[in-house]
Design a protein around this ligand. Structure first.
Ligand code: GTP
Length: 305
């Protein structure tokens, strides 16, 4: 039996990991065994705790599938096929990846009798899309590409938009990709029946290969806290960051808290969530034109040992 493959795409912070959890649950409910391949831009993984221990998980770190590690992707796929039992493979790409590059590997003759490609699911953050004029042309181009090549579009974070904005958003998505099915969601909650029952895709549409290699200047910085951080100092630090920082996530050792606190930031919205165990205090910052040494230095200043 061929193994089904879905690709999860979408810009940084749009809700891919949130969707991944929904997909994994839905597969389990159908008694299908999932495997996950996650690609993150930083050298550490923050999202891997979204995957339960009994699910095969492979990670491609410190690079985006599209530009630097496509060979590694193929060897990871080979390795998964040899060593793991699974029915469905979910590949979560970094928010900075062009999904079609991943499709290329899946449809490679190497895997022709192993994988059945079921489609690209792109998550789009409605609010981020509405305020897209803040992004650089290359980021905007990537967001459009992620939408254009999807078979399924998860129009997410509808709780942050009014009805008028939602209507406009769907219209714009359909203009970019009239063939995709669009689902309006909160926290990527979507009924999976439709998506799972879709037929296989044997070829991908014509696409502009040249545009894929277009260089994105997105960079990731990883900082590991060694001491403790005052909540207010950290919040002030977040406020001081420029708009070109699109995504931050990690575990912050806030003073007075038993365990490091999970911190999520996407498009200007910070969120703190108490953790229930001691995660490593890694913190990933992703953006354009990042000054790595300045960021590290400013974090060292609030990291009190
Ligand atoms: N208000 C709101 N927040 C959401 C929604 N969906 C996800 N979030 C939050 O948005 C943040 C980013 O969600 P993730 O699922 O981690 O996004 P991602 O696309 O996996 O992020 P990267 O892997 O960094 O690209 C988290 O804090 C989520 O809880 C939604 O529908 N509404």
């Amino acid at each position: 039996m061929k193994k089904e493959v879905f690709i999860l795409s979408g810009f940084l912070g749009s809700g891919k990991t949130t969707l991944l959890k929904e997909v994994l649950q839905a597969l389990k409910n159908e008694n299908k065994k999932p495997a996950v391949l996650m690609n993150e831009l930083g050298s550490v993984s923050i999202d891997s705790d979204a995957v339960e221990e009994d699910t095969a998980l492979r990670e491609l770190l410190d690079g985006c599938i599209c530009c630097t590690i496509s060979e590694k992707l193929e060897s990871q796929l080979q390795e998964l096929l040899v060593n793991e039992q699974f029915d469905v493979l979910i590949i979560e790409t970094t928010g900075a990846a062009h999904p079609v590059e991943v499709v290329d590997s899946i449809l490679s003759p190497l895997f022709a009798d192993k994988f059945e490609f079921k489609g690209i699911i792109t998550v789009v953050d409605g609010k981020q899309w509405n305020e897209r004029s803040h992004y650089s042309p290359s980021v905007l181009h990537l967001m459009r590409e992620q939408i254009k090549h999807a078979q399924f579009i998860i129009a997410n974070k509808m709780d942050l938009m009014n009805e008028m904005e939602q209507g406009m958003f769907v219209y714009e998505l359909q203009q970019l990709n009239p063939d995709a099915k669009v689902y309006l969601t909160n926290y990527s909650k979507v009924s999976m029946e439709d998506i799972f029952s879709a037929g296989p895709i044997r070829e991908i549409d014509e696409y502009d290969k040249a545009s894929i290699g277009q260089h994105l200047s997105l960079q990731a910085v990883v900082y590991t806290f060694t001491g403790e951080v005052e909540g207010e100092e950290f919040e002030e630090w977040v406020r001081q960051q420029p708009e070109t920082i699109y995504r931050m996530k990690g575990y912050i050792p806030l003073r007075g808290k038993k365990y490091p606190t999970m911190f999520q930031y996407s498009y200007g919205m910070p969120l703190f969530m108490p953790a229930d165990m001691k995660y490593k205090t890694n913190f990933v910052i992703i953006g354009e034109g990042i000054h790595k040494t300045d960021i590290i230095q400013s974090l060292e200043e609030i990291d009190h040992s």
